[in-house]
Design a protein around this ligand. Structure first.
Ligand SMILES: [Zn+2]
Length: 710
């Protein structure tokens, strides 16, 4: 099965009724569920990725369990219900943990914790002496570190609990993992400590921004974009399995250590050191030894009630904590008591996870609004019954595009799952198909613009529908807002609200109107005083003198952002010069791919646009490249020159200046970097030398002058 087939089968299964099937169907259904679950496990544990939501996965898993419990004869030994997923990656060496890394039993509320306490006291029958340590369950990737003779020698992922991937080199790039720790002072020769590798929210946001920027430029260059980071956990887990430790370092990982898995005395015998007999105290010691350990987010309590209250308080403040935590872990603090209480084959009996409620909410999709962007892009926005998610009320969420709606199979009236990870904007993870009652309606993407009624178009290979009416009022309004915005003309007095007001009052209808405002009319508007009118006047008059790149960016040419605008500014003396540029010439510029070039070309070959530029210039807006008015052309851009011998038509200095004015570079000697040697009369040694390098073109003065003749 490949990813696509798996997704297809999963979606088909997810549309099912999740009930106990007839015996004749049970075996096939169980087989299908097993194969997709195994596939999702593989993607999740090995590639640290997922193609369905956690919720959907749980649904599939629960259904398989239901079928198997009713038809035990169809259970197979390799069913995902029968094993812990094998999280091993073939690219890494497999190593055995010194002691198995067990998973934890889950609990969800104070009653569950009370049951947990009862089981413990039954086991040791001395309730009063039990203390509990509570620590966070970080949402990261588990790690086990081995130190031998005080030196960090090995790191491994959790893997399947018994064996993990050896990732020592990658772990060494994590700054919070000490390469040395003085365990020998306690007579400990070898020790395995355990913890979680995480990315904190601030660093995750940085990574997200970096990737967004990178993708933007890849997209503009017509290249394939990189996958976005989904959440801190996936990103951390993925980072640990990267091949280049330098890239791992760039992910800004942190390791928080909170547990001791195994220790050995100086004779190589396993033992339990008398100084390491309290879970809470062990964290203090690990901290003193140089490890990063949980700080305010841990506590030690005399009663399970106090421990439960601590869990609850963290559940309530998790959103403001800089590291994602999906629960707390309650442990019996005394290591000796832990040993007495013991373990099952799967998990220790002296510890339990207290899981936080998912960052998930459910609501009904009431209607879809279609918003028109400044480039005409139509974005469907879901209006939902207002719902609280992680302390924020949500009533509308972007559905991105038509494809997204089709892929998720979302219908109007559906109960949708809203999720959020970290501080990332909430998104719709899918619909609850089992809640459908037949009244849901297929979402019909409009064929005309909600603002101007012009028909919409969708270029092949794009997923966005667009209104292509150049006079579309909705687009116009967005373009005007963009024009005056901070990264464009930066007209401080002309913010979004004012633009909308002016458009509504028909005070502004296009870019040129901004520089030809009817201030008398504005003065009569509600809320406007002489002073505010004066301020607006002043900020608009200042905007006329902005550097040219700001105007280029403000024009809203498709795919042209501030970087491209700055690039273009360098090439011209006056903006209208770009009328003469062919697509080929544009693509020669750095960072300008065919798509961007096409768009620039089209803009400057539209007579209306040129008229607009001329009108702006008449109104006093700067259209000249003031900063490099010396520059004549970019004809020699990227090329290198050297003059030798006697020139007849110009001096050596004039010749060099011409090279620079046309964007070329002068070299001082013969090398493989040289493109052109201009040989005048009586050229000597340099000419001879250049003749030996085939890549150098040897030309005369006239040929050079022809090169810069436009
Ligand atoms: Zn329109």
């Amino acid at each position: 099965m490949n990813q696509e087939e798996c997704l297809q089968l999963s979606n088909q299964l997810l549309k099912g009724d999740f009930e106990i099937p007839k015996e004749s169907d049970a075996e096939l259904l169980a087989t299908q569920l097993r194969s997709v679950i195994n596939f999702h496990d593989q993607i999740y544990y090995v590639q640290s990725n997922s193609i369905i939501t956690d919720y959907e996965y749980d649904q599939l898993f629960a259904w398989l369990k239901l079928i198997e419990s009713n038809y035990p004869e169809f259970i197979t030994p390799n069913s995902p219900t029968q094993k812990v997923a094998n999280g091993l990656n073939n690219d890494f060496q497999t190593v055995t943990h010194l002691k198995p890394m067990m998973s934890l039993e889950n609990s969800y509320n104070a009653e569950d914790l009370a049951d947990f306490e009862k089981r413990i006291t039954d086991a040791i029958a001395t309730r009063n002496t039990i203390q509990y340590t509570v620590e966070p369950k970080y949402d990261g990737s588990s790690i086990a570190l081995v130190y031998e003779n005080d030196i960090f020698v090995r790191a491994a992922t959790r893997g399947n609990g018994n064996e993990g991937d050896e990732i020592t080199q990658n772990a060494k790039s994590i700054k919070s993992i000490p390469l040395k720790a003085n365990f020998s002072q306690f007579g400990i020769r070898k020790i395995e400590v355990r913890g979680e590798v995480i990315i904190n929210s601030a660093n995750f946001e940085l990574l997200l921004n970096e990737r967004n920027e990178l993708n933007k430029s890849l997209k503009l260059a017509g290249k394939k974009t990189l996958e976005l980071f989904k959440n801190p956990r996936n990103t951390a887990a993925g980072a640990l399995r990267m091949k280049d430790p330098k890239e791992v370092a760039a992910r800004k990982l942190d390791a928080i250590i909170y547990n001791i898995g195994y220790m050995e005395d100086m004779d190589g015998k396993e033992f339990s050191h008398p100084a390491f007999q309290s879970q809470y105290g062990n964290m203090d010691k690990l901290h003193d030894l140089g490890f990063k350990t949980p700080e305010a987010e841990r506590g030690k309590f005399e009663t399970i009630e106090a421990a439960a209250a601590f869990c609850l308080s963290w559940e309530n403040q998790r959103a403001s904590f800089p590291i994602e935590i999906d629960g707390m872990v309650v442990k019996v603090d005394d290591i000796l008591q832990q040993t007495i209480i013991g373990k099952t084959t799967h998990h220790p009996k002296w510890a339990i996870a207290y899981k936080f409620k998912a960052q998930q909410a459910f609501s009904v999709l009431l209607k879809i609004d279609y918003q028109v962007g400044r480039t005409g892009a139509i974005t469907p926005v879901a209006k939902i019954d207002p719902v609280q998610l992680a302390g924020v009320e949500i009533s509308s969420i972007s559905l991105h595009n038509e494809e997204f709606i089709t892929e998720k199979n979302i219908l109007l009236g559906d109960t949708v799952i809203i999720e959020r990870a970290g501080d990332v904007i909430p998104y719709i993870a899918g619909a609850l198909f089992e809640k459908r009652n037949g009244t849901e309606i297929k979402i019909q993407f409009p064929s005309t613009c909600p603002s101007c009624n012009h028909h919409l178009v969708k270029p092949i290979e794009e997923s966005i529908w667009r209104c292509i009416n150049p006079n579309c009022p909705a687009q116009l309004e967005e373009r005007l807002i963009h024009f005056g915005s901070k990264n464009c003309m930066e007209i401080t007095g002309l913010g979004e609200e004012i633009v909308r007001k002016f458009v509504a009052e028909k005070i502004i209808q296009n870019f040129t109107d901004i520089f030809d405002l009817d201030y008398e009319k504005i003065r009569k508007l509600e809320g406007w005083k002489d002073k505010s009118v004066e301020n607006l006047k002043q900020s608009i008059s200042q905007a006329k003198q902005q550097p040219l790149w700001r105007l280029i960016a403000a024009l809203g040419i498709r795919h042209v952002g501030t970087n491209t605008a700055k690039q273009l500014e360098k090439q011209v003396q006056k903006l209208q010069d770009l009328q003469d540029w062919e697509i080929e010439k544009l693509t020669e510029l750095e960072d300008i791919g065919p798509k961007v070039a096409q768009s620039i070309f089209e803009f400057f070959n539209d007579e209306e646009n040129i008229q607009l530029l001329n009108k702006l210039e008449e109104l006093g807006v700067n259209l000249s490249n003031i900063s490099s008015s010396l520059k004549l052309s970019a004809l020699l851009e990227g090329k290198t020159f050297l003059f030798t011998g006697t020139l007849n038509k110009m001096s050596r200095d004039d010749a060099k200046e011409l090279v620079e004015k046309h964007g070329g570079k002068n070299l001082s000697g013969i090398s493989a970097n040289l493109h052109f040697l201009i040989a005048g009369e009586k050229a000597g040694g340099k000419l001879t030398k250049a003749q030996k390098i085939p890549s150098i073109q040897i030309i005369d003065e006239d040929t050079f002058l022809n090169m810069i003749k436009d």
